[in-house]
Write a protein that binds this ligand. Structure first.
Ligand code: ATR
Length: 288
């Protein structure tokens, strides 16, 4: 494809967006799959998300990844919305089809694949604690339930938000034979897999629950990566758990988005290794 105007264009839209690793990840997938792709960062003004997406599509964009703080605005723009995006109430992928836009949410499936394939931990039959009922937690819950753990507890500082999120997923949990409950941060019990979807460490508040919630040999995963994940990773390691940051989830959600865009599923592992090396070189230290 020698004419650059024929190279399919994609972008990540957010605010801020300069930090986004999506161009690196998607260009690596494209190269791996032998597909042409141009992938950009588009900074959207906070009050002009819809206009920014429409301009990118009108200029020839084929699809976009949407990041914070716009994920909640995506479903309303789409003609079709996947079941997991409806459950999450948010989407991170838009494909600009000729007969209308399609929205999807790949965050949760990215998390599930990273747990099961990346960390090698099966979810079926396990006890899962999801910390946080904000946007990140909402995106994760549907696919977590779909992997059929025995039990999922959503614990949140504001109990009512956990309760609402659980209520929205009650029928889904019933269909998958999963016990799903809401809790506040004073919960009891032990869990095989603990996923941190709170932003408490970004705010310097540390991990909001005690380490006794971790079962022996538990997997503790923070959805963040880099410095933001360090307090949780240290907390988990000190308790003897296997600690994992959100870099694998980031690459896996992108792999699913790439599949939606191009119809080809790329291999996440080599791209995760390259991204990890890049990040380590930047911060000069290991984050997991
Ligand atoms: P995101 O899109 O990253 O999920 P969010 O929707 O603002 O961002 O949600 C942030 C999450 O982190 C929420 O679950 C929030 O709890 P509340 O719903 O009670 O606000 C949680 N969180 C933020 N700071 C926290 C802290 N210091 N301790 C415990 N939970 C915290």
């Amino acid at each position: 494809m020698s004419d650059p105007s024929l190279v399919p264009r994609y972008a990540v839209l957010g605010n801020p967006v300069a930090h986004s690793r999506s161009p690196f990840i998607h260009e690596a997938f494209a190269q791996q799959c032998g597909l042409p792709m141009r992938y950009e960062r588009v900074l959207s003004p906070l009050d002009a998300f819809e206009a920014t997406v429409r301009r990118f599509a009108a200029e020839g964009g084929r699809g976009a990844n949407i990041t914070m703080p716009f994920k909640f605005q995506v479903p309303a723009l789409a003609a079709r919305c996947s079941a997991r995006a409806v459950l999450a109430g948010a989407a991170n992928v838009l494909r600009f089809d000729a007969d209308g836009w399609s929205a999807d949410n790949t965050d949760g499936i990215g998390l599930v694949r990273d747990i099961q394939q990346g960390a090698g931990v099966a979810l079926a039959g396990r006890r899962v604690l999801l910390l946080g009922a904000g946007g990140a937690g909402a995106g994760a819950l549907g696919p977590l339930v779909q992997a059929r753990p025995a039990r999922v507890v959503v614990a949140n500082r504001s109990f009512d938000k956990a309760k609402d999120l659980v209520a929205r997923h009650a029928a889904w949990a019933g269909q998958h034979g999963v016990s799903l409950q809401a809790a506040d941060l004073g919960l009891e019990g032990t869990f095989d897999i603990v996923v941190n979807a709170t932003s408490s460490s970004v705010q310097g508040a540390g991990v909001p629950v005690p380490a006794r919630l971790l079962a022996p040999g538990a997997l503790a995963l923070d959805m963040m990566y880099g410095a933001a994940a360090l307090p949780f990773l240290r907390w988990a390691q000190a308790a003897g758990a296997t600690a994992r940051d959100g870099l694998g989830m980031l690459v896996e959600q992108a792999a699913e988005a790439f599949f939606i865009f191009r119809g080809v599923m790329p291999a996440a592992a080599p791209v995760l290794a390259a991204l990890r090396a890049q990040l380590d070189a930047e911060v000069g230290r290991q984050v997991t």
